[in-house]
Design a protein around this ligand. Structure first.
Ligand code: ATP
Ligand code: MG
Length: 335
């Protein structure tokens, strides 16, 4: 088997908070290959953004990787100095965050912002980097790139600014694009345009996509595989269609039940009654057990590992009974 572009192995991240040490990520493992499209879903606070930030070396100052390894193109990044790590990461991965639009520099023209990495990191001349930027603007569907190159962010619409952010993320020619809720702040029509663009990039250039979202319909639309995150761990992983048709973790089952019809134009955020555990305290038992319709006493005493079942993986002692859940979920508490 070829080396994955990125391999995350048993990642643990701790964050110092004023409530104590938070075990935000607890044993996350996964591989990312070129052309993959992986959706990561889970409630607010489950650890989706911190997982991406740990991979990209962008953890906040109060957070650190307490154990586990991240390999980029086969190299353990903890063995590299900061400069080498940044160089390796930037040629492998680009990123767009939720506040990508706000992160644009208001006093530099959008063209120069896209040309920055080609010029100063890839060593292109001024005119070469301008050509690269114009090409990227066209690639992300910005018409009339020549005349828009010299505009400032505030002179463009929200949709165009989001495309600029994507062009910047692609400007180092990454093999994988990490997207952390990049469409949440956009209106539905622009969201659809951005998703279409990402699908095209994947099809035409084999770009791998890791897409964090609250929106299961978006995962359904653009991802092949899904990781469901709960309390700092992946609790279910598998092919999107299989997972959506036969979820093997009660949390996934409840999320899907709480989700609106994927075809509905307006997607609301899912909500399941109860709260996720406080991860500053030790985890005893399955962290989802207090909210779970299938839990029994055993679930309150031991935390299940993420184990393979057929082509999926599930961290649930009860996953073998998943075909009977529809009949037994009356206490699932889905609102
Ligand atoms: N800078 C920080 N300081 C303290 N705690 C933090 C910090 N950033 C994240 N956390 C905590 O780490 C946990 C994981 O946060 P993370 O941002 O990864 O959640 P998320 O799954 O991305 O949620 P959302 O869907 O709301 O974006 C949460 O409990 C959060 O409160
Ligand atoms: Mg987040």
């Amino acid at each position: 088997m070829s080396t994955p572009l990125i391999s995350v192995q048993d990642l643990n991240v701790e964050i110092k908070t004023n409530r104590g040490l938070l075990k935000a990520i607890r044993g996350v493992s996964f591989d990312i290959n070129g052309g993959d499209s992986i959706g990561i879903v889970g409630e607010s606070g489950s650890g989706k953004s911190i997982t991406l930030k740990a991979i990209l070396g962008l953890l906040p100052n109060n957070a650190h990787v307490s154990s586990g390894k991240i390999f980029v193109a086969g190299t353990d990044i903890s063995t590299l100095d900061k400069k080498a790590r940044r160089a390796l990461l930037s040629e492998t991965a680009g990123m767009i965050f939720q506040d990508a639009i706000a992160a644009l520099n208001p006093v530099i023209t959008v063209g120069d912002q896209i040309a920055e990495v080609p010029r100063f990191r890839l060593g292109q001349s001024k005119s070469e980097s301008r050509q690269t930027a114009l090409k990227l603007m066209e690639q992300v569907g910005i018409s009339d790139a020549e005349s828009r190159f010299g505009l400032y962010p505030h002179q463009l619409s929200g949709g165009l600014r989001q495309r600029i952010a994507i062009a910047i993320a692609l400007s180092g020619s990454p093999k994988i694009l990490f997207c952390d809720e990049p469409t949440t702040a956009l209106d539905v029509t622009i969201q659809a345009q951005v998703l279409r663009l990402l699908l095209e990039l994947r099809k035409n250039s084999g770009l791998g996509i890791v897409f964090v979202t609250h929106d299961l319909a978006v995962v359904n639309e653009i991802c092949d595989s899904i990781k469901v995150m709960y309390a700092g761990r992946f609790v279910e992983a598998g092919n999107v269609h299989t997972t959506f048709s036969t979820p093997t973790h009660p949390y996934t089952y409840s999320l899907l039940k709480a989700a609106p019809d994927p075809d509905e134009a307006v997607h609301r955020l899912f909500s399941i009654s109860g709260e996720a555990p406080n991860l500053t305290a030790p985890v005893v038992g399955c962290p989802f057990a207090p909210r779970c319709f299938a839990a029994d006493d055993h679930c309150l005493t031991a935390e299940p590992a993420l184990l393979s079942i057929a082509t999926s993986a599930s961290a649930c002692f009860k996953s073998s009974g998943h075909d009977t859940w529809a009949a037994s979920d009356s206490k699932s508490g889905v609102k």
